[in-house]
Each structure stands twice: as C-alpha cells, then as structure tokens.
Design a protein around this ligand. Structure first.
Ligand SMILES: [Zn+2]
Length: 99
C-alpha cells in the first residue's frame, strides 16, 4: 500500500496592504499600451506641484492628477512603483491614443 502524503493547504489569505492606497481614492487599473503594461490610478487633487511627463508642464496643487507606473518593468514591479509619475489625466489619455 502506498503511503499518502497529506498536503496541508496553506491559508493563502494574504491581504495586500492596499488600504492606504484605497483611502487615498482610487484603484489602480492595468492598461496595456504600445510600450508595455501600465498601472494607472486616479490620485485625486495633487498635494504638491508635479511635472507631467506628457506635456512637461506643471500640475499645480489641487488639480486632478493620475499616477502611472510600469506594471511589467524590466527592472521589476518594485522599481516600477518607485518610478511613479503624476500625469494630467488628459495627457495620459492622449498618450495612449496617440498610436
Ligand atoms: Zn500634461
């Protein structure tokens, strides 16, 4: 008689620590573009001045912005998160639709 190895299932109920992100308003949405996959999240009103990579102009505090980072960066997701950029929502949309 063969011996059965019992596999105990690990409780894989890990909740990613997303509550803070959630509280700041917005879920990240994955978008596929010509140059890869991007995570896009509505960041609400900017808390300080950012430079939009799309147009090179400022996003003044209080203006709506979105946060974009690379989902599948060659350097890994952590680097992608570190490389977050704030965009004007309109600029991001134009960028995606450019091609
Ligand atoms: Zn812009």
């Amino acid at each position: 008689m063969g011996k059965r190895s019992r596999r105990s299932r690990r409780a894989a109920a890990g909740h990613p620590p997303l509550d803070v992100e959630r509280a700041r308003g917005g879920f990240a949405v994955r978008e596929s573009a010509a140059d890869g996959d991007w995570m896009v999240r509505a960041a609400g009103p900017a808390s300080k001045t950012y430079i939009c990579p799309g147009c090179g102009q400022e996003i003044p505090p209080g203006n709506p912005s979105i946060v974009v980072w690379q989902a599948d960066g060659l350097l890994g997701e952590e680097t992608g998160v570190a490389g977050r950029r704030h965009w004007h929502p309109a600029c991001w949309r134009e960028r995606v639709n450019r091609r």
